[in-house]
Design a protein around this ligand. Structure first.
Ligand code: TXA
Ligand code: MG
Length: 344
């Protein structure tokens, strides 16, 4: 193939279309070349899928309008839904948001980690309004592992939603990303399966008031302990706080979900939890246990990949055993009820 015929300045995407290859390139994060290739792509304003401890993110320069637009386009995401800006440390975060003493305390306690703080935006920091969807606040988080190293090397915040097409199940492996976004992105960085497996907990901090916008990888109980105070639950429709991303139907598998199932109907796929058997288990078309030991952390890390597998192995819907509402169970039940919600 005559790649030299390319006009100068053509992008990697143009090149791939030219050679007719529609799979994204997957690079291992352990490979010392990977970080350089990723930083170069980000500098060109291209989105790059990166591993985080929660789920894979589709990352691009949060200060670069064309780069942010490329994220929305690859995902097919509504533009009024803002993106989380990922930063390398509290210092970088402080350049982009106002920290109350309580926000500072939570950042110290949980970063790097699966907590996103929604704080008053400092526009002079340079995060583009396409990333914040024009809100006066910004969602910030310091991720663990390779993502953090990448942000440090890049030197600017990375806007990164989950690396799935809008409305689909969040990816917890590089292969999930490549399957879902195939021809829409060029580069996937493979850091193995995500340790936490559900997205970050999102907390809006208004002075000394905390509001939970999305349950996630840090249990609310742990946040209340660190804050020495209560976290309010956001009620949809309430005024004063804006939570644009909390759509009821989300994480949509093709199959219908039946939650809190106490039995299994013929041909259903079964997502089990704990050691208690369900009646009719032998009628399942497929079955996996999110955590035979009843460990909610293990269940969270298996949730999205098992949901995908169940979806591909049933014609009669998916039965899901009851999951307790404590600790990470709140995030797991939140994702399951969105996956089960009627589609709009
Ligand atoms: O774990 C995670 O949070 C992953 C990884 C990649 O970091 N990211 C993620 O992003 O889940 P995304 O875009 O799928 O979900 C971000 C949510 C959206 O529902 C969005 O509406 C909300 O965060 N959000 C972002 N900025 C906000 C803001 N300023 N105010 C209220 N909600 C905000
Ligand atoms: Mg998402």
């Amino acid at each position: 193939m005559q790649v030299t015929l390319h006009p100068p300045g053509s992008t990697a995407r143009g090149l791939r279309q030219f050679v007719g290859d529609d799979m994204a390139r997957i690079l291992q994060v352990q490979d010392p070349e990977t970080i350089r290739v990723a930083v170069e792509a980000l500098r060109r304003g291209e989105p790059v899928a990166m591993p985080t401890e929660t789920v894979y993110g589709l990352a691009a320069d949060a200060t670069h309008p064309a780069a942010i637009t490329a994220i929305y386009e690859a995902k097919g995401r509504p533009r009024f839904n803002p993106l989380i800006a990922h930063v390398s440390d509290i210092e970088m975060a402080r350049a982009h948001a106002l920290f109350s003493p309580l926000a500072e305390r939570l950042a110290q306690a949980f970063w790097p980690g699966p907590l996103t703080l929604v704080l008053p935006l400092k526009t002079e920091g340079g995060i583009h309004e396409l990333a914040t969807a024009g809100l006066a606040t910004v969602g910030l988080r310091v991720p663990q592992g390779f993502a953090r190293t990448l942000i440090s090397a890049f030197g600017r915040p990375l806007a990164a939603p989950s690396a799935n097409r809008s409305g689909r199940i969040s990816p917890t492996s590089a292969v999930h990303v490549a399957e879902d976004l195939k021809d829409r992105i060029d580069l996937v960085l493979d850091g193995g399966p995500c340790k936490v497996g559900v997205e970050s907990t999102i907390i809006a901090v208004d002075g000394d008031k905390l509001t939970l916008l999305r349950p996630g990888g840090v249990p609310v109980e742990a946040i209340e302990e660190a804050a020495h105070g209560k976290v309010r639950r956001y009620e949809s429709g309430e005024t004063g706080i804006i939570a644009p991303g909390m759509m009821r139907s989300h994480y949509a598998p093709e199959a219908k979900l039946r939650l809190n199932a106490v039995d299994v109907r013929p041909g259903e796929a079964l997502l089990q939890f704990g050691a208690e058997p369900l009646s009719g288990e032998e009628q399942a078309s497929w079955a996996r246990n999110l955590s035979p030991a009843g460990d909610l952390r293990e269940a969270a890390s298996n949730l999205f990949s098992f949901l995908k597998q169940a979806d591909g192995n049933t014609k009669a819907g998916i039965a899901v055993a009851p999951i307790p509402m404590e600790g990470l169970g709140e995030a797991i039940n939140d994702r399951l009820s969105r996956a089960a919600a009627p589609r709009d």
